[in-house]
Design a protein around this ligand. Structure first.
Ligand SMILES: NC(=O)c1ccc[n+]([C@@H]2O[C@H](COP(=O)([O-])OP(=O)(O)OC[C@H]3O[C@@H](n4cnc5c(N)ncnc54)[C@H](OP(=O)(O)O)[C@@H]3O)[C@@H](O)[C@H]2O)c1
Length: 319
């Protein structure tokens, strides 16, 4: 279904696949666990917060703007109340993930308050209309999808390790299939910038980086996954791609359907296939191929080049 795109990415995907997919997590699977979610003020991030809060997690909602975060937390509380679930345990924090200083400040604050984190979920994403730069002068899409999440993963590593069964989930996109991994000009400094190029290039990088982190964090008992949510009707998609939404509205997934696999990966039992498949790329609760076309296969040496450029840009050297 993924190769034919529309059935796999639209709401047909989960409707058909749920007949075979693995069981839902136990209702209290995240009780007493701390889950950090970026991009929690909208769309799939908020749907993820609802999903993991319903399973008992204490959720740390990160976003760029305190008012939007507050509104989002209110919507989460109302969503749980409307289904008779216990009240959500939420906190909100302003952290602009494209701004490395903001990421450092948030991680330092959290490390001062908690001794373990069960899951870090990288949802924040952007598709800007023109090339802009982050606070440190990095191209914004690369900074938001790659540099910030990379640094946050590194800085929260001690808290994840101390959970003993932690997860990191990178929310990539099916758009990554349109690009091979290419680390030659990650910020479009020597080529013409286009939003869709920057988006697909960095979404492919997220999948490669998740696999590289999976190798490094295996001895810390931290599973690292990337996934694609299909096409979900969210404010991000409506704003960035209004024509696409007009055409596809009847078959788009809800945000909850888009977030299903994110929540499932976060909450899956330690002995489950999800927890035991660190490094996989998921959609609808199953590992999927990371490339279908020979032209999109990863060129040798590209990963090492990407790791080097990212670690240089963020100023840390994880072992
Ligand atoms: N919806 C889909 O069909 C789809 C498909 C494939 C992949 N995805 C991926 O899913 C993720 C969520 O997308 P969405 O559709 O839910 O979009 P959305 O409704 O626009 O949500 C994006 C979220 O990211 C936050 N964000 C953006 N830049 C940030 C930054 N620098 N620091 C902190 N937060 C930031 C936004 O915060 P503000 O409230 O401040 O704007 C917002 O909460 C993205 O990574 C996207 O690439 C979505």
């Amino acid at each position: 279904m993924d190769k034919t795109v529309v059935p796999g990415y639209s709401k047909i995907g989960p409707l058909v696949r749920r007949a075979w997919w693995p069981d839902d997590p136990a209702p209290d699977s995240l009780a007493g666990r701390h889950v950090v979610v970026t991009g929690a003020s909208s769309g799939l991030g908020r749907a993820t917060v609802i999903g993991v809060a319903r399973l008992g997690a204490t959720v740390h909602m990160l976003g760029r703007n305190q008012d939007r975060l507050g509104d989002s937390a209110g919507l989460v509380r109302r969503a749980l109340a409307s289904t008779g679930s216990p009240a959500a345990d939420l906190s909100t924090a302003v952290c602009d993930v494209s701004d490395l200083d903001s990421v450092h400040a948030y991680a330092e604050d959290l490390r001062g308050r908690l001794d373990r984190v069960h899951a870090l979920v990288h949802v924040a994403g952007v598709l800007p209309p023109e090339r802009t730069e982050s606070a440190q002068g990095h191209e914004l899409v690369f900074a938001t999808h790659v540099l910030g999440p990379f640094l946050l993963t590194h800085l929260l590593r001690p808290l994840l390790r101390d959970d003993g069964d932690a997860r990191v989930v990178w929310v990539s996109s099916g758009g990554m299939y349109t690009r091979a991994l290419d680390a030659s000009d990650p910020q479009a400094e020597h080529s013409e910038w286009s939003g869709s190029d920057a988006y697909a290039r960095t979404k492919r990088m997220q999948v490669a980086l998740a696999q590289m982190w999976a190798d490094r964090l295996r001895t810390d008992h931290v599973a690292v996954h990337s996934m694609h949510p299909g096409w979900a009707n969210t404010p991000g998609v409506t704003d960035a791609l209004p024509g696409f939404v007009k055409l596809t509205a009847p078959i788009l997934r809800t945000a909850e359907q888009g977030a299903d696999t994110i929540v499932w990966l976060t909450a899956a039992a330690p002995a489950s296939v999800a927890a035991g498949s660190s490094g996989a790329f998921w959609s609808d609760r199953r590992p999927r191929s990371t490339s279908f076309l020979p032209a999109r296969k990863e060129p040798p040496g590209e990963r090492a080049k990407l790791w080097d450029k990212v670690t240089t840009a963020v100023g840390v050297r994880p072992h």
